[in-house]
Write a protein that binds this ligand. Structure first.
Ligand code: ATP
Ligand code: MG
Length: 433
């Protein structure tokens, strides 16, 4: 690939200050430099610092090879098969990812060559910039002289607020279809537009998205929820036709519930707007928020909680299989959604002993706090009555202070508590006859 002219921004011409760079990342770069290696801050951190945003993590690129990096840092582990890179650990959960400059496959590679290309071919800093995905993700920051180095036109795209692949988007998306979801992530999160060729290529190659590894796809889908950008990102995923391939079940729901005005969007906007949970939200919670609309809709068509379970599980099955969703995550999504249906039914039930038992079971279960958080999201999206949250918060508080003495007013509007064990009773009857 031919290089565009390299642009170098001197310290006085950009906003990046060392104070905003993680201390440990600075230390890694200093040590690499002192040992005679080049080392730059790269990727998303330079992009975010240039935009005045707080980076999620700090990645470093160097000409030291993985084994050489390992020799320099005691707290270093080499990871990855396709991309062999160094994780330098600090404290309990900080990792400074340090990779060796890489080359990317030549532009005239055939399809087979693209698949077989060995990603561990080391290269120059410039070659490393060109193998990255988007121009805005390929800026380097040099700690030596505090310059920002741009080999690919990323600075201009940052100014124009454009997500543009480096090189021909048709080739770059074929090399790695996950990049299509990544483009959506950056455009959604940063409020950038997709450059027109990049956009057209996504629409053209959307069908190929499932050629990517399911595990990587699922990870990228989780990242669409980050930084309060779920609504913008999933809207874009839908508009570009990627959702038709990734989650056709959800597209059917969006179409049936108003398209651009579907309640899905207000649900994601609610998730973006508030903190419903302390700490990091579990991926199952994110999926349950995304999928609760259609799942509750199918769950509400049946009469017993057992049938709700079966119907919701059957709905989720193809989607879970498509992404090889871990079993634990799948169960957790199901439980969170089923609890929404239980919440509604038990709230409306008459004051009976059976209802009270069911309420105790639900509040006493480990899934209750997270289910309540999902209920709060739904209330914030105006999908359900706020009274419902008040009722369940009250049940939770009562259970916490005295699990054996809950008082639950019934609204007594005539809807019964869901029978739980119809199937079992039926089977018993068959035995008796
Ligand atoms: P975030 O802020 O969400 O972490 P990021 O830009 O740092 O965004 P990462 O997934 O952490 O994204 O990747 C770090 C960098 O590695 C990217 O900025 C990009 O330069 C490069 N990169 C990551 N994935 C790919 C890919 N599939 N193809 C090419 N380059 C990639
Ligand atoms: Mg990153």
């Amino acid at each position: 690939m031919t290089a565009k002219r390299t642009t170098i921004l001197q310290r006085s011409d950009h906003v990046i200050s060392r104070k905003r760079i993680d201390r440990d990342a600075l230390q890694v770069m200093h040590r690499l430099n002192r040992s005679g290696y080049k080392a730059y801050l790269v990727g998303g951190s330079v992009r975010d610092l240039m935009l005045g945003r707080a980076p999620k993590d700090f990645d470093i690129s160097t000409d030291a090879e993985p084994q050489q990096i390992r020799r320099l840092f005691r707290n270093c582990f080499l990871v990855g098969r396709r991309f062999r890179l160094a994780h330098i650990r600090f404290g309990r959960d900080k990792i400074i990812e340090t990779s060796t400059f890489r080359r990317q496959p030549p532009a005239n590679s055939s399809e087979d060559n693209l698949v077989q290309w060995d990603d561990n071919q080391f290269g120059t800093p410039e070659e490393d910039a060109f193998r990255r995905d988007f121009t805005i993700n390929a800026l380097f920051y040099d700690l030596h002289d505090f310059c920002v180095i741009d080999h690919v036109g990323g600075l201009a795209d940052l100014r124009r607020k454009l997500v543009r692949t480096i090189g021909d988007p048709n080739i770059r998306f074929r090399e790695d279809p996950v990049r299509m979801v990544r483009a959506v992530r950056f455009a959604g999160r940063l409020g950038f537009r997709l450059e027109s060729r990049t956009r057209r290529a996504i629409i053209r190659h959307a069908d190929e998205i499932l050629l990517a590894s399911p595990a990587r796809l699922l990870e990228e889908i989780y990242k669409l929820f980050a930084m309060s950008a779920a609504e913008a990102s999933f809207r874009l995923l839908w508009q570009l036709g990627l959702m038709d391939v990734l989650m056709p079940e959800l597209v059917t729901y969006i179409r049936a519930t108003g398209g651009r005005k579907s309640p899905l969007w207000s649900t994601l906007a609610a998730l973006d707007s508030g903190s419903f949970w302390e700490g990091r939200l579990h991926p199952a919670f994110l999926l349950a928020t995304l999928l609760q609309g259609p799942m509750i809709a199918v769950g509400e068509t049946v009469d017993t909680i057992h049938d709700v379970n079966q119907t919701c599980a059957a709905w989720l099955e193809p989607l879970a299989f498509r992404f090889r969703m871990p079993k634990g995550t799948r169960y957790r999504v199901l439980r969170l959604v089923e609890n929404q249906i239980r919440f509604e039914h038990l709230y409306r039930g008459h004051r009976t002993g059976r209802r009270l038992k069911a309420i105790e079971r639900i509040v006493g279960h480990g899934s209750f706090p997270e289910s309540l958080a999902l209920l709060r999201v739904r209330v914030a999206a105006a999908l359900v009555d706020p009274e419902l949250v008040a009722f369940w918060e009250n049940m939770g508080e009562q259970y916490a202070s005295n699990p054996n003495d809950i008082v639950a007013e019934g609204t007594g509007d005539g809807s019964a508590v869901m029978p739980r064990r119809r199937r079992r009773r039926r089977r018993k009857r068959t035995h008796e006859t």
